[in-house]
Design a protein around this ligand. Structure first.
Ligand SMILES: Cc1ncc(C[n+]2csc(CCOP(=O)(O)OP(=O)(O)O)c2C)c(N)n1
Length: 202
């Protein structure tokens, strides 16, 4: 675990997402942010407990925080891109204040808005772990490589949070695209969370 951005390996988002999904055995919720975070979550294997954010930037962490607070027994992950985090940076102070023990934030930091053509974000040199820590998220660190990412996931699954895991990404694009059907995404997720029982959509 690293508190600085020195010597961090640039990793492949799909590989990291696959490693995360492989560890989920307890119907954990995973919220994929707009951008390629939700594309790779989809590609890693659809689960009813996945929610794919389409349309608005910056909402993966707020949505995940809401799920975590509503269902405190369920570990809940937010996968967010750095561009989207910048759009809603204040959510980190809210997370620190609410402090849901079951929330894990995974930041996919590629320094660009990859999905809209790779424009650099205005925070390309920012240390988001340092920002998270300054907001009050004391369990915040960068993953130096894939093995450490896995150890940090194991720790986040086994211990109280909120946790914040920063990952520097390489420049590879997403594996595929999420099926864009917002009503179905919502409906499946509500069933995955056990909050909707009746069958209205396939
Ligand atoms: C409020 C708002 N502004 C702009 C957009 C257009 N837009 C959608 S995704 C995106 C970039 C997302 O970047 P990031 O979160 O870093 O993810 P990446 O694409 O790098 O995976 C932009 C600019 C939007 N959807 N909403």
């Amino acid at each position: 675990m690293s508190e600085t951005t020195h010597n961090l390996k640039r990793m492949y988002r799909f590989d990291l997402t696959t490693r995360l999904v492989a560890k989920l055995k307890q119907e954990e919720a995973v919220i994929g942010g707009i951008g390629h975070s939700n594309f790779d979550l989809w590609s890693a294997g659809h689960r009813p407990q996945n929610f794919y954010m389409l349309g608005s930037m910056g909402l993966a962490i707020p949505i995940a925080m809401g799920v975590a607070l509503a269902q405190p027994a369920r570990k809940t992950f937010a996968l967010e891109g750095d561009g989207s985090l910048l759009m809603e940076l204040g959510c980190l102070t809210t997370v620190a204040t609410q402090a849901p023990k079951n929330l894990v934030i995974i930041l996919f930091d590629n320094g660009i808005y990859q999905i809209t053509g790779g424009q650099p974000t205005p925070g390309a040199g920012a240390d988001y772990v340092a920002i998270a820590r300054a907001c009050g998220l004391t369990n915040a660190a960068w993953a130096a490589d894939e093995a450490e990412f896995e150890r940090m996931l194991d720790n986040a699954l086994a211990t109280d949070g909120p946790h914040f895991i920063g990952c520097k990404l390489d420049s590879q694009g997403p594996k595929a695209q999420t099926e864009r059907d917002p009503a179905q995404i919502r409906d499946r997720f509500m069933r995955g969370m056990g909050t909707k029982k009746n069958r209205t959509l396939g």
